[in-house]
Design a binder for this molecule. Structure first.
Ligand code: ATP
Length: 380
């Protein structure tokens, strides 16, 4: 079992800086997911760990040993790619075992046992004598996983392994990958741009943007305590609403956020986190807003909104509303009686408000109460 530590890792390709500076500690037996938008440097980070790219600067340590100058085969990692990377002229079995015997680490008997074990785990016994051309995409990916498993590596590195599969198969394979990890307990680093995959698979999730890690936390903490605006808007679908506001009353009075169209009271403990009269951004998730159909107008901090777009999602109605000059999205009861142009009142969950610095985007305050101090920004 193995830990992987990246310190100030950097990779430049000519005039492109693919990885700016990565600090990341992957724990023994952990399933760590790296998620981020296209081009943020996820695959390059994984390739640096595998040894397929040479770092411009920084360290890659495995169990404390610096491997940054080691060849890929010296690192004892196994990589699974999006495009399966199987040899078309070889059977499933040959694809899984190719190169193992010549490397001299395993005897014929051991290789047979490992293949049989992996075949049972992945339910691919009937694919062992078939060539990739006679397999479906899902079957090819199982064989590719089998190839990684039989090598009994210290670390699995997976680069968007489910992206070429259809939606139903992806969900099924996601569950199987989770089960496989529970069984094998091999340290796994998994790259994806899909936040659902990240949230469902990761023990912890590292959110990357612009070649840097923005936050590393377990999925629910990322969702509840995003360290900055980028993480807040990347995690969660539909994305968190962001509304410009000014902090008032944070000098000892009752703190509020003043938006052009409403004033929203904050819990008293917000005073210590916020500067009075500073510009801020209110973050509130669509699922933390409630539609009030018959309002008495007396609720403090309610938001008057006009409905522009109604999207029926089956389990909810997603409403896009105008609030002053801003747009806000709210989830409503799927059978709510709402029409375009309706003026309605939105209320919010006071335990689910987020305040961000208007300039830096850093999280300043989360109204949720927790026993554990939340990570407020990367590097804290
Ligand atoms: P995607 O999700 O689209 O695969 P990614 O987050 O994995 O994106 P990388 O593939 O790591 O991103 O690429 C990061 C940046 O580095 C991109 O701007 C990319 O164009 C650039 N890049 C990656 N590999 C090379 C290379 N071999 N030569 C030059 N530039 C590269």
């Amino acid at each position: 079992m193995t830990t992987v530590t990246l310190s100030d890792l950097r990779k430049e390709f000519d005039d492109v800086t693919a990885v700016e500076s990565i600090d990341l500690e992957v724990r023994d037996s952990e399933f760590l997911v790296i998620v981020g938008p296209s081009g943020c440097g996820k695959s390059t980070t994984l390739r640096l760990i595998a040894g397929l790219e040479r770092a411009t600067d920084g360290e890659v340590r495995m169990d404390g040993r610096d491997v940054v100058d080691d060849e890929p085969k010296e690192r004892n990692v196994a990589m699974v790619f999006q495009n399966y990377a199987l040899y078309p002229h070889m059977t499933g079995r040959r694809n899984m075992t190719f190169g193992m015997k010549s490397a001299g680490d395993f005897t014929d008997g051991e290789i047979d046992d490992l293949v049989a074990e992996a075949a049972e785990m992945l339910d691919i016994a009937d694919l062992l004598d078939r060539k990739p051309g006679a397999m479906s995409g899902g079957e090819r990916q199982r064989v590719a996983l089998g190839r990684a498993i039989v090598r009994d590596p210290d670390v699995f590195l997976m680069d968007e392994p489910l992206s070429n599969l259809d939606a139903k198969l992806r969900i099924q394979m996601r569950a199987e990958l989770s089960k496989l990890h529970t069984e094998l307990e091999t340290t796994t680093i998994y790259v994806t741009h899909d936040q659902t995959e990240a949230m469902t698979l990761g023990d912890r999730v590292a959110v990357m943007n612009d070649g840097r890690v923005q936050q590393v936390d377990p999925p629910q903490r990322l969702y509840d305590y995003p360290a900055n605006r980028f993480v807040a808007e990347f995690i969660g679908d539909p994305a968190m609403n962001m509304l410009p506001a000014t902090v008032d009353g944070a000098d000892g009075g009752a703190p509020v956020l003043d938006h052009r169209a409403f004033t929203l009271p904050l819990p008293d403990d917000a005073s210590s986190a916020l500067d009075d009269r500073s510009s801020a951004v209110l973050g509130v998730r669509p699922e933390d807003l409630y539609l009030v159909e018959a309002s008495d107008g007396a609720y403090p901090g309610s938001i008057d909104a006009t409905v522009d777009v109604i999207e029926p999602l089956g389990d909810s109605l997603l409403l896009e509303c105008t609030v002053g000059e801003d747009v806000i999205r709210a989830n409503a009861n799927p059978r709510a009686d709402v029409d375009h142009g309706d003026a309605l009142e939105l209320r919010y969950d006071p335990e689910r408000l987020h305040v961000f610095d208007a300039d830096t985007g850093r999280a300043l305050y989360h109204s949720a109460t927790t026993d554990e101090a939340p990570v407020m920004h990367a590097g804290d």
